[in-house]
Design a binder for this molecule. Structure first.
Ligand code: PMP
Length: 364
């Protein structure tokens, strides 16, 4: 006897495989595979989480008002234009389910975040993959790929796993060139790491158009990945449509409380951004000096390309690093079989990876 078959196309989806967690037999492990912050969460967020844990018998606020208002006040937005989700992953999925149907196309880029493709396919629509230029989003190639079937375009800015950045002028050009019935999704999961004012311009692009949305997360610089908190800034009509289909209590109460406290603690975030900027430069410089190509990144991770030489390729480097307790992310599934993505970690972790790779490259 067989179980009923899922909808056509569901079994064509390759499930998301999270990064490795373990280095068997190694006493001290540094997990640098999921772009988690080495600085943890704001103590104020942890305190709010613990306070919320005192009344877990109660349903959370289904509108996540406290969180939406805190985000709105810190970013100067209207809370009515915000929707929160169980990670920004949930919101990306909701968008696809609400706006895509079989026959539609969703444009993604060559090394784009895998969740876009999964959710486009889960909605029965077709992902259209556009080439990048040396790990950079190519706005003209995206515009050239638009057809009458295109309904959504996904850009991660900075990109994951590339760490590269699309300047706001290019985003504006993309938006201006898209038909008005196409939703442009600006996934800004790593926005807080970028030292430019372009995100304000990105938010402004949402405010002044009817077809642009921006997603953000508390999983990265805020150090709350375990609580699953994401948010989206979007025109009211899009917020309304998503609210009709989201789970009535999609945010849990400790997440709402901790997220609100975290976003109010911008001083904590500034420290995390400083730590990252310092080590992003140091790690990029050190790895380049031992003959590795590192894609210039503005995020909290770097993409390291290995020589195409026996014994020196990414899988061997991965094995070597793991044996020393450094877990990086293999990015084969992103079309990068000879690269590893390294999250910027603590000073000790960063120095450890540089030392291990120096040895691996025979430069010790
Ligand atoms: N977008 C990008 C580009 C990401 O790298 C991630 C995290 N891997 C997410 C979205 C999802 O983040 P979360 O669901 O934890 O908010």
């Amino acid at each position: 006897l067989q179980s009923p078959a899922p909808r056509p196309g569901i079994l064509d989806i390759a499930a998301y495989v999270p990064g490795k967690e373990h280095a068997p037999g190694v006493a001290k492990v540094y997990k640098l595979s999921s772009n988690e912050t080495p600085l943890g969460a704001s103590p104020k967020a942890i305190e709010a989480f613990q306070k919320a844990a005192a009344s877990l018998e109660r349903y959370p606020d289904g509108q996540a008002v406290e969180l939406r208002e805190a985000i709105a006040s810190v970013h100067g937005l209207n809370a009515a234009n915000l929707i929160c989700g169980n990670g920004s992953d949930e919101l990306l999925g909701l968008l696809c389910h609400v706006y895509l149907a079989p026959g539609d196309e969703g444009i993604i880029t060559e090394h784009g975040f895998l969740v876009y493709k999964i959710q486009i396919m889960a909605s029965g629509a077709t992902p259209v993959v556009v080439k990048e230029k040396d790990c950079r989003v190519d706005v003209d190639a995206i515009l050239a790929a638009v057809t009458a079937k295109t309904k959504m375009v996904f850009i991660a800015n900075p990109g994951n796993p590339t760490g590269t950045y699309v300047p706001v002028e290019d985003i504006r050009r993309l938006q201006a060139g898209l038909p008005k019935n196409v939703i442009l999704v600006l996934d800004a999961a790593y926005a807080e790491y970028v030292r430019r004012n372009d995100y304000e311009a990105g938010l402004e692009l949402v405010s002044s158009n009817r077809n642009v949305v921006m997603t953000r997360t508390f999983s990265k610089i805020y150090g709350l990945a375990g609580l699953r908190i994401g948010w989206m800034y979007a025109p009211l009509a899009i917020i309304d449509a998503l609210n009709r289909v989201r789970g009535p209590f999609n945010m849990n109460a400790p997440a709402i409380a901790a997220g609100a406290a975290a976003v109010r603690d911008q001083a904590f975030i500034a420290t995390a951004a400083d730590h990252n900027l310092e080590w992003l430069g140091k790690v990029t410089g050190a790895l380049s000096s031992i003959g590795l190509k590192v894609t210039p990144s503005v995020a909290n991770f770097v993409l390291i390309h290995f020589p195409n030489v026996d014994g020196k390729r990414a899988p061997e480097a991965d094995e070597f690093l793991t044996s020393r307790g450094f877990i990086l992310r293999a990015v084969r599934a992103y079309g990068l079989p000879n690269a590893l993505r390294m999250t910027i970690g603590s000073a000790e972790a960063n120095e450890g990876v540089v030392a291990a790779l120096t040895e691996f490259m025979g430069r010790a």
